[in-house]
Design a protein around this ligand. Structure first.
Ligand code: PHE
Length: 382
């Protein structure tokens, strides 16, 4: 790693901060999982690094970044949905956020002179709750800058793009084999504001195509902002999610397991080795429904219905139940024919990865959940 590890402070009291305490704790207090052998995320990260010898490995950039780095520097338009407060955690809206992808460091690292690098980091997104989504996950970014002159033989920009694209595809197909062994790959056209053309790599896995990474030829504007003459230089970039790969390679069935402190999880792994995870036991789930009108009639605030976002509920649930919340699912939704009010019913699945939960414990949690919903969300419980 080439940089010092520091994390900026977070003021949870600020009205411009939408980060719940349980997320702030993870940002500020939790050691990086990808730096803890024999953690599976660490094993995968190191296995990917060995496929890129000679690259600079950067893995301790501050996850708190300027929104200009996370969005503007990557040519993400000002009105893009990913910037909304219901998708992104802001330390100080709209200027400072928790990075939503490791691409946030592309421009900065290029400016510092890195020409071939991998950048690993924890990234944060407000999202659904289920077996494969968690508000914190981990990404690796890869970037390679090409010197296409001075020979002068490859000065045609279109030809340059093709050369870079060819190298990118060859490299990433190689990476897929390096990780999965012989595996069928396919390329799917994608769109990212910061690359053109953009592609997604998918592999054939368990009778279906699985998305592995996004990539493309870096937009010349970004290279220019980093000080490069784009008649002489082009670059490729890719970004991949480590959890998705680790869940497949280690057969880890639920994304919450990556955060387990249980030694029955940790003891199964050896540094540098990819082995199949043996679930130590499957504890029974418990389902609880909660229904509410997504506006607050008492407050006469019918406009609120438009402002309700399920991610608000998800953060609230994780604040109360932490990793005991396995899934949250909208099971019913209707508009009352007379009052025109909109009702949502969500099914919450409670289940621990490590132990059995008692009815009492779950009832107490559900009680707290209902309290918090009626106090903190602008809705009316039914
Ligand atoms: N940052 C993109 C994402 O999180 C992935 C990506 C990285 C795509 C680099 C292209 C180039 O989805």
């Amino acid at each position: 790693s080439t940089d010092a590890s520091t994390t900026s402070p977070i003021n949870l009291e600020s009205p411009n901060c939408n980060i719940p305490p349980h997320i702030a704790d993870r940002v500020l207090l939790t050691p990086k999982l990808y730096q803890q052998p024999p953690h599976p995320l660490c094993t995968i990260k190191e296995k990917i690094e060995t496929f890129f010898p000679g690259f600079d490995y950067v893995d301790s950039k501050d996850p708190i970044v300027k929104s200009t780095a996370n969005f503007d520097s990557l040519l993400i338009p000002p009105d893009h949905v990913s910037r909304s407060k219901s998708d992104t955690y802001y330390v100080d809206h709209p200027d400072v956020c928790l990075r939503t992808h490791t691409s946030a460091h592309q421009l900065e690292l290029l400016k510092q002179g890195h020409k071939e690098f991998l950048c690993t980091g924890d990234v944060y997104r407000r999202d659904d709750i289920d077996k494969s989504h968690y508000p914190i996950f981990h990404q690796m970014e890869g970037v390679k800058v090409f010197d296409l002159l001075p020979e002068g033989t490859m000065s045609d920009p279109e030809q340059n793009v093709e050369l870079v694209m060819e190298d990118l595809k060859k490299t990433l197909e190689g990476l897929a084999q390096h990780l999965f062994g012989p595996v069928e790959c396919r390329w799917v056209e994608e769109y990212f504001p910061f690359t053109h053309p953009s592609l997604e790599l998918e592999i054939w896995y368990q009778d279906d195509w699985m998305e592995v990474l996004g990539c493309g030829v870096m937009q010349p504007k970004i290279l220019q902002d980093a000080g490069y003459d784009t008649t002489k230089h082009q670059a490729w970039a890719f970004g991949l999610g480590l959890e998705r790969l680790a869940m497949v390679l280690f057969e880890i069935p639920d994304i919450r397991l990556f955060w387990s402190q249980d030694e029955r999880f940790w003891n199964q792994f050896q540094p540098g080795e990819i082995t199949k995870f043996q679930p130590y036991s499957k504890y029974p789930p418990c389902f609880k429904d909660v229904s509410f009108w997504v506006d607050d009639a008492a407050a006469g605030d019918h406009e609120a219905a438009k402002n309700f976002h399920v991610n608000e509920l998800n953060d609230l649930l994780r604040q109360v139940g932490g990793d005991l919340i396995e899934a949250v699912e909208l099971v019913d939704q209707f508009t009352h024919p007379k009052t025109n009010r909109e009702s949502h019913c969500y099914r919450i699945t409670y289940r621990s990865m490590d132990r059995s939960l008692t009815n009492q414990e779950i009832d107490a949690l559900q009680e707290q959940v209902r309290d918090k919903i009626s106090n903190q969300l602008n809705v009316e419980l039914r």
